[in-house]
Design a protein around this ligand. Structure first.
Ligand code: CS2
Ligand code: MG
Length: 402
C-alpha cells in the first residue's frame, strides 16, 4: 500500500487548525493533527515544502521507518515545528493501519487498560464566588477532576480566565496582546482560592491548577507548600522546564504533585525530570511530541519511574489530536488524567468524530482507526486567520513568561 497523496488542510472554525490527510493507493485515508498555536503556517509549510514530497510512493505500513526517516533525515532535529509535522504523519499512518486492520487503534496498542479515560475540565472565572459556581457546573456535568483558575486581584487580566466558559482560546490577536503579571499578588491569592474550593466541595474532588511557567523554583516551592492542605492532584508548569534539574529545589520543599510537559516535543525534554522523579505527571501530547509512536516511548519511560500521563488537551489541539490521545490513554498502564477542553460546534462539524463523554470519562469509540476525520468542504469555509499567543510583562515592564 503506497502513499499516493498527502494534503495539508488549514482551517479556522473559530480558531486555526492544521490537518494532514494521507491517501493511499488502496483509497484508505488517515488524518493527523499538526496544529501549533500561533505558528500554524510554519508547520503547514514544513509539511508542504519538506515532508509531503518525500512521502509520495512510500509504503504506508512502515510507520516506525517513516518516523525515523523524518526525524533523522531532518538533520536539524527536535523543536515544536519539526516534531508537530512528524506527529501529523505518524498519527495519520496509525489511522490508516487501524482502518486496514479493521480495528480501533487502541487495539493495535495492546488493548484497553481501563473502562474509560478520566478527563478534567477547566473551571475559570474572575472571582472566587464565580469560580465556585463553575466548579459546581463541571461536577454537575459529571467531571471527576477540575482545573481551577481565577483572575488575580489587582491585575487587569490573568491567564486561564477566558471570555467563554467551555473553551479557552488565548491566541486573541494577529500581533501578540500584552498581559501584566505579579507573582507576589498571585502567590498570596492562589491558596485562598483553593481553601474556598476545598471548603465548598470537600476532600475528594480532584483539583488541578496551572501556574503556566511563571514562577522560579523557590516561588514554586512556596506555592506548593501553601497548597499542601488542599491536596491538589497536580500543580502544572510551575516553572519553565529548560533547566530540568531546577525541579530538584521544588521537590525538596513540597509534596504537592507536579505536572509538566505540554510544550515538550521529544523524550529528551523530560528524560531527567522523569528518571529523577522530579515530576509526577508528564503532559506530552500526540500532536506536540512526534505522534503516537514517540508519545508511547515517553510514557513507557515514565512508567518505569512512577510517573503518570496527563496529556494536554486544550482547545488549540484539534479533535484529531484528542481522538488519537484517547487511544493512547486507554492502552497505557500508567495513565493519569486527560485534559478535555471542549471544541466549538463549528469545530466539531469540521472534524466528525466517534469519541464521546459519559460519566466523567471520554471514550474513543470502536471505529477502525482513530474514529475521526476532516470534512474538507466544511474546512474550506473557514480560511486561516492570523492569531498569536499573548506575551507577558511584569508590572515594571520586564518581559516575563506568558
Ligand atoms: C494551557 C493551555 O491547557 C493548558 O494547560 O497551558 O491553555 C495553553 O495555554 C494553550 O494550549 C497554549 O496554546
Ligand atoms: Mg498548561
Amino acid at each position: 500500500m503506497r502513499i499516493v497523496d498527502a494534503r495539508v488542510i488549514v482551517t479556522c472554525p473559530g480558531r486555526n487548525f492544521v490537518t494532514l490527510k494521507i491517501v493511499t493507493s488502496d483509497g484508505v485515508t488517515g488524518v493527523g493533527d499538526a496544529t501549533l498555536n500561533g505558528r500554524e503556517l510554519a508547520v503547514a509549510s514544513y509539511l508542504n515544502d519538506h515532508v509531503v514530497p518525500t512521502l509520495i510512493g512510500r509504503d504506508a505500513s512502515r510507520i516506525e521507518d517513516t518516523w525515523q526517516y523524518l526525524y533523522r533525515g531532518a538533520y536539524w532535529r527536535r523543536g515544536p515545528v519539526t516534531m508537530s509535522a512528524i506527529a501529523a504523519v505518524d498519527t495519520a499512518l496509525w489511522d490508516i493501519k487501524g482502518k486496514v486492520a479493521g480495528l480501533p487503534v487502541y487495539q493495535l496498542l495492546g488493548g484497553r487498560c481501563r473502562d474509560g479515560v478520566t478527563v478534567y475540565g477547566h473551571a475559570n472565572a474572575e472571582t472566587v464566588p464565580e469560580v465556585l459556581a463553575e466548579v459546581a457546573r463541571y461536577v454537575d456535568l459529571g467531571y471527576r477532576a477540575v482545573r481551577v483558575q481565577t483572575a488575580v486581584p489587582g491585575l487587569p487580566a490573568t491567564y486561564g480566565v477566558g471570555k467563554d466558559r467551555m473553551f479557552y482560546e488565548p491566541a486573541d490577536a494577529a500581533i501578540p496582546t500584552e498581559a501584566t503579571w505579579s507573582t507576589e499578588r498571585y502567590l498570596v491569592h492562589t491558596p485562598q482560592v483553593f481553601a474556598a474550593v476545598r471548603d465548598e466541595f470537600g476532600p475528594h474532588l480532584k483539583l488541578l491548577h496551572d501556574a503556566h511557567h511563571r514562577l522560579t523554583p523557590i516561588e514554586a516551592a512556596r506555592l506548593g507548600k501553601d497548597l499542601e492542605p488542599y491536596r491538589l492532584t497536580w500543580l502544572e508548569d510551575p516553572v519553565p522546564a529548560e533547566l530540568q534539574e531546577g525541579f530538584r529545589l521544588i521537590r525538596r520543599h513540597t509534596t504537592t504533585p507536579i505536572a509538566v510537559g505540554e510544550v515538550f516535543n521529544t523524550i529528551f525534554d523530560c528524560q531527567q525530570l522523569i528518571t529523577e522523579q522530579l515530576i509526577d505527571y508528564v503532559r506530552t501530547t500526540v500532536v506536540r511530541a512526534g505522534g503516537i509512536s514517540h508519545l508511547r516511548r515517553i510514557f513507557d519511560l515514565a512508567a518505569l519511574h512512577h510517573v503518570r500521563s496527563g496529556s494536554h488537551g486544550a482547545t488549540d489541539l484539534s479533535p484529531v489530536c484528542m481522538a488519537a490521545a484517547l487511544h493512547v490513554d486507554l492502552s497505557i498502564p500508567n495513565f493519569g488524567l486527560q485534559e478535555y477542553m471542549r471544541h466549538t460546534e463549528a469545530t466539531d462539524a469540521v472534524f466528525p468524530h466517534s469519541y464521546h463523554f459519559a460519566d466523567g470519562y471520554l471514550h474513543p469509540g470502536e471505529e477502525p482507526g482513530l474514529g475521526v476525520d476532516i470534512d474538507e468542504s466544511a474546512a474550506a469555509r473557514y480560511p486561516y486567520q492570523p492569531a498569536s499567543l499573548p506575551v507577558n510583562r511584569l508590572t515594571d515592564g520586564s518581559m516575563h513568561n506568558w
